[in-house]
Design a protein around this ligand. Structure first.
Ligand code: PGA
Length: 237
């Protein structure tokens, strides 16, 4: 199964930066896929000409209607060749996104052949994985109820909130424990991947490749192109 490296640019970058990503088209990757997730406005600026690289977004509407001011529908995203959507990132959960909203967004994405990258993770180190299990179950319940084919690709990203942007990392053992829990909880799905995300950089990623995670979700380091390329090449080696 190929590895996946997802770049979450969050609300960073500008036209010049997203144009500069075109240089990634030159990357020759053996078996690793990259997903670049710029803010919505910059989606049309990233011109991809490399079959190993796809476009993703950082959110998606839970609705398909004409009464959703300020929302972006999967149909619109498809027009811009968006194949993946990060859903339920902790920074969105922190401003009110609930498990139900996350589940609705996942269904909306899957119904339009956009692969969801669902972020789950505990808030504090001491908390254990019960929240992670609840977050995964909420999505699973909705997928089961929706009748969506269980063969569709669904990606989870284990992102302990205490690790995001803090420089703190879980141990490989803890990452593996979370990955196993997510895979067991989501065993209904045939085609799942579980990524790890939180404080990954060009120095610490080699150690993290020893985990059983199927790839990485990168935040801050995605903005540093050379470091980003180093990570991608390292994962692909
Ligand atoms: P970080 O962010 O790599 O900057 O810690 C990860 C994320 O928020 O997805």
């Amino acid at each position: 199964m190929h590895k996946l490296v997802v770049a979450n640019y969050k609300m960073n970058g500008n036209i010049k930066f997203f144009r500069s990503l075109n240089i990634l088209n030159k990357l020759k990757l053996r078996d690793t896929k990259i997903v670049l997730c710029p803010p919505f406005l910059y989606l049309p600026i990233v011109k991809l000409k490399n079959k190993s690289i796809s476009l993703g977004c950082q959110n998606i509407s839970q609705f398909i209607n004409n009464k959703s001011t300020g929302e972006i529908s999967p149909l619109m995203l498809k027009e811009f060749n968006v194949c993946y959507a990060i859903i339920g990132h902790s920074e969105r959960r922190a401003i009110g996104e609930t498990d139900d909203m996350v589940a609705n967004k996942v269904i909306n994405a899957l119904n339009h052949d956009i692969t969801p990258i669902i972020c789950v993770g505990e808030n504090n180190k001491e908390e254990g994985l019960s929240l992670v299990k609840t977050q995964v179950k909420a999505v699973l319940k909705a997928i089961d109820k929706s009748g969506i084919e269980k063969t569709k690709e669904v990606i989870f990203a284990y992102e302990p909130v205490w690790s995001i942007g803090t420089g703190k990392l879980p141990t490989i053992k803890d990452i593996d424990k979370a990955v196993k829990l997510i895979k067991t909880t989501a065993k209904l799905l045939v085609n799942t991947k579980v990524l790890y995300g939180g404080s990954i950089n060009g120095d610490n990623f080699t150690d993290l490749t020893n985990s059983i995670a199927d790839g990485f979700l990168l935040g801050g380091v995605s903005q540093k192109l050379e470091e980003f390329k180093k990570i991608v090449k390292g994962v692909d080696a």
